[in-house]
Design a protein around this ligand. Structure first.
Ligand SMILES: Nc1ncnc2c1ncn2[C@@H]1O[C@H](COP(=O)(O)OP(=O)(O)OP(=O)(O)O)[C@@H](O)[C@H]1O
Ligand SMILES: [Mg+2]
Length: 106
């Protein structure tokens, strides 16, 4: 998934943004087996809105969700829940944030 993918228009005000990724990249593996799953993706999810992410199998939808929910580490860029930058959090704070702010239905 690249930043050129079509996403909803950014929310107007920072307060209306529930989660944000900026230039988010995720690379799995290295060398010949390296996979760039996310290539500098920037996206905002508005508060109190439903947002759908669509794309072919393997385009990085699940990776984006995992990274933005703090379930997986990111390679570069940033991911925020509200005003909280995920990369700066230790395991305990990350666990608290996931428990209090994020829900997944598989
Ligand atoms: N743990 C992993 N190790 C190595 N590569 C991975 C890993 N997880 C995902 N990938 C690769 O990253 C890319 C994005 O995968 P991802 O699962 O995010 O796609 P997806 O859009 O959710 O696909 P699907 O629609 O099939 O669920 C793919 O090339 C996939 O093979
Ligand atoms: Mg998936």
């Amino acid at each position: 998934m690249s930043h050129a993918a079509a996403f909803p228009a950014p929310a107007r005000a920072t307060a209306a943004v529930a989660a944000r990724a900026t230039d988010l990249s995720k690379v799995y593996g290295q060398g010949e087996t390296q996979v760039v799953a996310l290539d500098q993706v920037s996206v905002e999810f508005g508060r109190a809105r439903f947002t759908a992410i669509m794309g072919p199998s393997g385009s990085g939808k699940s990776t984006l969700m995992h990274c933005m929910a703090g379930l997986d580490s990111i390679s570069s860029g940033s991911a925020l829940i509200g005003d909280t930058e995920l990369t700066g959090l230790n395991d305990k704070k990350l666990t608290q944030l996931r428990r209090d702010k994020i829900g997944f239905i598989f």
